[in-house]
Ligand binder design. Structure first.
Ligand code: ADP
Length: 261
């Protein structure tokens, strides 16, 4: 697989995809990929046909979170890229084509070209949802991506921390600027409940900030996802928490999120 150049950058949308949902964050490390992965798997568990496109070139963590780090997609006889399938989700990641050490020098147009290949030259088939894990922030790269795809809507991930919320606000503004509907803000790492004190909630990063931001910006609030060791573990082990522990508080929050997209 290699990135081919050339040509203008029209808006691309693979045929047969009904909803194209971006998962975005203003800031790195807030759990954007974790949300994208669990949202995709939760939708698949509900019986939808789901794809996940990991466009986070600076830290493509989806292959790890799906346990497919050592695999590569193949190219079929029609010369189309065939997404990997794991946990009933069709999967392509920038991590499959980008050397992580090279990623830092990638600019928006290069990323858009690679993405165009993953959209226009991949065999996604019929999908109810294609979830797009965006690079964090509102810089050149994420902006070029959201301008080159016909998105149905965007989910913004933030933690309750003021610095994360300030950046989430910029994320909402970016989507408004390019006329992509913001489906809402989801608050990750909202609180911690010790396993031996399940009724207790510690608001480690602050309390209620994302809900207030959503109200202020007049976009839906999509719920609170607690900090749970099993969420991190599921990510590291390639088995998302919505499958590993579907009754956990965070898995239930992810399933509620899936009902709102
Ligand atoms: P981002 O995509 O925003 O950079 P990640 O999804 O890669 O963030 O998450 C960063 C780290 O935090 C990962 O190790 C992930 O497993 C962990 N993490 C994310 N959300 C939670 C959560 N709710 N509880 C525990 N760990 C989490």
């Amino acid at each position: 697989l290699e990135v081919q150049g050339g040509g203008p950058m029209p808006s691309v949308q693979p045929e047969g995809v009904l909803n194209f949902i971006a998962v975005a964050s203003g800031k790195g490390g807030v759990g954007k990929s974790t949300v994208a992965v669990n949202l995709a798997v939760a939708l698949a568990q509900q019986g939808y046909d789901v794809g996940l496109l990991d466009a986070d070139i600076y830290g493509p963590s989806v292959p790890t979170m799906f346990g497919v780090r050592d695999e590569k997609p193949r190219v079929n006889e029609q010369r189309k890229i065939v997404p990997l399938v794991r946990h009933n989700v069709r999967l392509l990641s920038m991590g499959f084509i980008v050397d992580p050490e090279q990623a830092v020098i990638w600019r928006g147009p290069m990323v858009a070209k690679a993405l165009r290949q993953f959209l226009g030259e991949a065999d996604w088939g019929e999908l109810d949802y294609l979830i797009l894990d965006l690079p964090p922030g509102t810089g050149d790269v994420p902006l070029t991506i959201v301008q080159s795809i016909a998105l149905t809507g965007a989910v913004i991930v933030s933690t309750p921390q003021p610095v994360a919320l300030a950046d989430a606000r910029k994320g909402v503004a970016m989507f408004h600027n390019v006329q992509v509907p913001v489906l809402g803000i989801v608050e990750n790492m909202a609180y911690f409940s010790p396993p031996d004190l399940p009724d207790r909630k510690y608001y480690i990063f602050g309390r209620g900030g994302a809900r207030r931001l959503a109200e202020e910006l007049d976009v839906p609030f999509l719920g609170e996802i607690p900090i749970e060791e099993a969420v991190r573990e599921g990510g590291d082990l390639g088995k998302p928490i919505v499958l590993a522990e579907p009754e956990s508080a965070s898995a239930r929050a992810f399933y509620r999120l899936a009902e709102q997209v």
